[in-house]
Ligand binder design. Structure first.
Ligand code: ADP
Length: 583
């Protein structure tokens, strides 16, 4: 997808066109010195500047604050815009600019889908113990005072890139990411989820930044305000604009200038560097404790990517973590778009040190495209409810007579999704050569032949080997003994593992573009256990109700829960069919 990413500040508007298939940035531009209410004109100028702008399919907006309400990228509707507007008190400088750009873009590109990608969303996974300030609960709740965290797209992107570089799944890793730019924040990422981050309710907390103070004693601010007679705007200015590297060094917020002056012996600049590095190292230690160890530490942002000297200072004395800097690799590390990852730890470093070039626009585009694809799948009606079919038995009349007594009628307990099918009150025991499974459910009504459907795990327990078959196809399948209250039946065949399948009506089939006996893929989106099921057989019948069935092993592999849905793939090229192929 070709996405225009817009990043609006109070006086600037940055834009980039990203192809999310290749991850390539096709164009980028920036308009500065925007006056109040000038975002529409700025957008028009920017669009002229990005002459590649043709072919844009959607717009991704960087939105600085999503409060507690937005924990993922969200398509912008009137309601969503109103909800973001209501969050303005949380980010009074940034959100109005974001909203101005959103409104301008909706006017300029009326036909295109627009998605808000929130800086805070990645940190919505923070546990309460990390997001809560020790302030009076009532006051905090009333004003939304808690730690939200920022730089989400950057932390998410560099952590993913780091895992790719290490050849590991991010969900197996504990990563500390350090975004050191003009703004700076650290993040503790446990198995892919942010569990602690240094920016708080606002982007002022945490590390030393270009002009922001980071952590500072609240009592000190009160004392300064009293002594200097500062009002709230004065205090705001102090911690946001006059502090950080600029306030420490006295030569501005650009680290390059400070490094140059420090090299000449300027004491304020030398102190600025060591305060900055000390704060970073302190957070690394704290986050290693929060994570119970770290597999990787990632440097990014203008300073993290470019200042070998700052990385050197920040990565001192981390041997206790198993992190050893390779000084040569650190000095020589260069990251750019074509080669965004450099490793700077020594070969014997248990915790790996990496430099990763961040790509916030790329990540915003990716998040927007992914959200639209998910919404598109839903709209296109490719979403399918998925249910776990636990081990069960269908019984013939003849076998009911033996197991429960002549002429016995099974007692329905619960209607099942497929019309006419019901779970029974009665239960039976499966007797295998190795063990027995008790209290196995029976599904009514009675059938012409008895059939037992179990999972691979059940087979191991019972000590048998059943084939994967469609229901009804039992010739040559496995045998087993069934025990009921009145007698036993020994089956020569009839035990199968049910082939995963989807029940649907002819209307459904037409909507999905599939036919009876087609084999399709169904993707399950599951927190931590995403899975694509292949070899799913489509079964079409007027009386069916739309539902995919998997057995307990399959369901657990995808961590399925009640009400789960999957997305059907395979309308283009990936559909195989049983129709003409004998199995
Ligand atoms: P932003 O947060 O505004 O996107 P950046 O990520 O571009 O900012 O980071 C800006 C910071 O990176 C500045 O302090 C700048 O001095 C620093 N920086 C950029 N290049 C270098 C370099 N080669 N050496 C040291 N610092 C650098």
């Amino acid at each position: 997808m070709r996405i225009l990413v817009l990043n609006a500040g109070s006086s600037s508007l940055k834009g980039a066109v990203v192809d999310t298939e290749t991850g390539r940035r096709l164009a980028s531009g920036k308009v500065e010195r925007i006056a109040d209410g000038g975002h529409a004109a700025a957008l028009a100028t920017l669009v002229d500047e990005l002459d590649d702008v043709g072919g844009i399919e959607a717009i991704g907006h960087r939105v600085v604050h999503g409060g507690t309400q937005f924990s993922e990228a969200t398509p912008l509707t009137d309601d969503v815009i109103a909800a973001v507007d209501a969050l303005t008190p949380l980010a009074p400088l940034h959100l109005p600019a974001n909203l101005a750009a959103i409104r301008a873009a909706r006017e300029h590109f009326p036909g295109l889908p627009q998605v808000a990608v929130f800086d805070t969303a990645f940190h919505s996974s923070l546990p309460r113990r990390a997001s809560t300030y020790a302030l009076p609960t009532e006051v905090a709740n009333q004003h939304g005072v808690r730690r939200y965290g920022f730089h989400g797209p950057s932390h998410a992107y560099v952590a993913r890139r780091a895992a790719e570089h290490l050849g590991e799944d991010l969900r197996d890793l504990r990563v500390i990411t350090l975004h050191l730019g003009n703004g700076a924040s650290a993040c503790a990422i446990e198995f892919g989820r942010s569990i602690e981050t240094s920016m708080g309710m606002t982007p002022v907390e945490g590390l030393v930044m270009g002009t922001r103070a980071g952590d500072v004693d609240a009592g000190a601010l009160i004392a300064i305000a009293r002594a200097e007679g500062l009002d709230l705007d004065g205090l705001d200015n102090l911690v946001n604009k006059q502090s950080g590297l600029a306030g420490l060094s006295g030569v501005g917020n650009d680290l390059r200038d400070i490094e140059a002056r420090a090299a000449e012996g300027d004491d304020r600049c030398r102190l600025a560097l060591s305060v900055y590095a000390h704060r970073v190292r302190k957070y690394i230690g704290a986050y290693a404790a929060v994570l119970g160890g770290a597999d990787a530490i990632v440097f990014t942002g203008g300073i993290g990517e470019n200042s070998a000297a700052m990385r050197h200072r920040a990565a001192q004395h981390l041997q206790f973590l198993g992190a050893r800097l390779d000084e040569d690799a650190n000095r020589d590390a260069r990251v750019d778009v074509s080669s965004p990852v450099a490793e700077i730890s020594s070969a014997n470093s248990r915790c790996r040190l990496l430099v990763v070039k961040t790509d916030e626009e790329g990540e915003i585009a990716r998040a927007a495209a992914q959200r639209l694809a998910a919404a598109g799948a839903k709209e296109a009606g490719r979403v399918i409810p998925v249910a776990i079919s636990a081990r069960h038995v269908h019984l013939s009349r003849e076998h009911i007579d033996v197991l429960f007594g002549e002429g016995y009628a099974l007692t329905p307990k619960k209607e099942l999704t497929q019309p006419g099918q019901f779970a029974c009150v009665e239960r039976i025991t499966l007797v295998g050569p190795k063990s027995e499974l008790e209290r196995v459910g029976i599904i009514g009504p009675e059938r012409s032949q008895t059939q037992v459907e179990i999972s691979r795990t059940d087979e191991f327990a019972l000590g048998i080997d059943a084939p994967i078959r469609m229901s009804g196809d039992i010739a040559g399948s496995a045998g087993l003994t069934l025990r009921g209250p009145k007698g036993e039946v020994t089956l020569v065949e009839g035990v199968i593992q049910s082939q995963r399948h989807i029940h649907m009506t002819p209307d459904d089939a037409q909507r999905y573009g599939v036919q009876h006996k087609d084999i399709v893929e169904v993707a399950i989106d599951s927190a931590g256990r995403d899975l694509v099921f292949g070899d799913v057989v489509v079964r079409v019948k007027d009386s069916y109700k739309l539902e995919m069935h998997v057995d307990t092993d399959e369901g657990n592999a995808a961590d399925l829960c009640r009400g789960h849905e999957g997305v059907l793939y395979g309308t283009e090229g990936r559909v195989r069919s049983l129709r003409k192929q004998p199995r």
